[in-house]
Design a protein around this ligand. Structure first.
Ligand code: ATP
Ligand code: MG
Length: 219
């Protein structure tokens, strides 16, 4: 059964004490694991907030979000456990080496073969010879390749990426984007990417534009 996320009439705002920041209202869409989706739009439109809501990290103020994994509706906690995350700022553990960073999510799940699986992902992202290097010994692009592998290492159903190439030059962005899309398609995992890069958005099967509190399909 198809894994999916359904947003039904979703609204969100933040109250900052003296003012209300309205992000969006009446958003409805279905995000399926067999497609790749880019979310674009101006800064402050609410893209990161929408990604958090779609991933079950945040609850919307209004409307409903339904997560379906293996044909059954699951709660936000289960959805999060079935997801991988990639951020603009890599967020690797500075005290762990490359293979240690990859093994960590597997060790947290109690996998005895954590380091074997980590090693195979390290090879997949072309960094086998950097296993013992810590993040500060790696370039930004190399760190992000580790972060991509870390997101996939537990076999998630969805990957959520927020500006994954925002800190990288064009060539490196292309390498990281290629990896993300290849891994998603090979593993049948859904991929939702928030990006300001039209080059990156063009790689996705579909693009949604979030602007002025509304969402629409974009070319
Ligand atoms: N926890 C919060 N409390 C109060 N306001 C918030 C909070 N998180 C986000 N906001 C506000 O909500 C609006 C949308 O933020 P969000 O980060 O979702 O935008 P974005 O589209 O991802 O922008 P960017 O492209 O700059 O990353 C912004 O005005 C932001 O300041
Ligand atoms: Mg953002």
């Amino acid at each position: 059964m198809q894994d999916k996320i359904e947003l039904d009439n979703v609204s969100h705002h933040f109250d900052t004490g003296h003012e209300r920041i309205e992000l969006f209202h009446g958003l409805s869409c279905v995000i399926r694991a067999d497609t790749t989706l880019a979310i674009v739009g101006p800064s402050g439109a609410g893209k990161s907030s929408l990604l958090s809501i779609a991933a079950g990290l945040e609850k919307p103020v209004g409307g409903a979000v339904r997560f379906t994994i293996d044909g059954a509706e699951v709660d936000a906690l289960m959805m999060r456990a079935s997801s991988g995350f990639i951020f603009q700022q890599f967020h690797l553990m500075p005290e762990l080496d490359a293979i240690g960073n990859l093994a960590l999510p597997l060790r947290l799940k109690g996998r005895r073969d954590a380091f074997d699986i980590a090693a195979s992902w390290l090879e997949k992202v072309g960094l086998k010879d950097r296993a013992q290097h810590r993040p500060h010994q790696l370039s930004g692009g190399e760190q992000q390749r580790i972060a991509v592998a870390r997101a996939f290492v537990t076999g998630p159903r969805f990957i959520f990426a927020d500006e994954p190439t925002g800190n990288l030059d064009m060539r490196t962005s292309d390498v990281v984007a290629g990896l993300m899309f290849d891994c998603a398609r090979e593993t049948g995992c859904g991929l939702v990417i928030v990006t300001h890069s039209s080059t990156l958005a063009k790689r996705a099967d579909a693009t949604l534009m979030l602007e002025n509190g509304k969402m629409r399909a974009a070319a």
